[in-house]
Design a protein around this ligand. Structure first.
Ligand SMILES: [Zn+2]
Length: 100
């Protein structure tokens, strides 16, 4: 699997470290809403198809990237800097039976 780093170009996945689900939205740190914190800490999507993920180019420039990867084919369709994803609205969509 190749991931194209915006700085370094196409590199093998062995140069990257998976950092987690790219769809999570951290609740306000002052919030005491336990349901929101439980969802943030424990709930993970497991889609069969396109999934937004955070990867770090740990064997290269060390940039954190937001990668759209198809979980069935491992084809990467989009890569951007994770810092640029902060303004995006949450893209969480739960569908019954979407868990593989
Ligand atoms: Zn890089």
């Amino acid at each position: 699997m190749l991931i194209t780093c915006p700085y370094c170009g196409p590199r093998n996945v062995s140069e990257y470290t998976y950092q987690g689900d790219g769809n999570r939205t951290r609740p306000d740190p002052a919030s005491t809403d336990q349901a929101a914190w439980n969802e943030y800490v424990y709930d993970r999507l497991n889609p069969a198809g396109d999934h937004h993920e955070i990867w770090q180019h740990s064997g290269g420039c060390r940039a954190h990237l937001r990668v759209t990867r198809n979980t069935l084919t491992h084809v990467v369709t989009e890569v951007s800097f994770a810092r640029d994803a902060g303004h995006r609205k949450s893209e969480r969509h739960r569908k019954p039976g979407a868990h593989a």
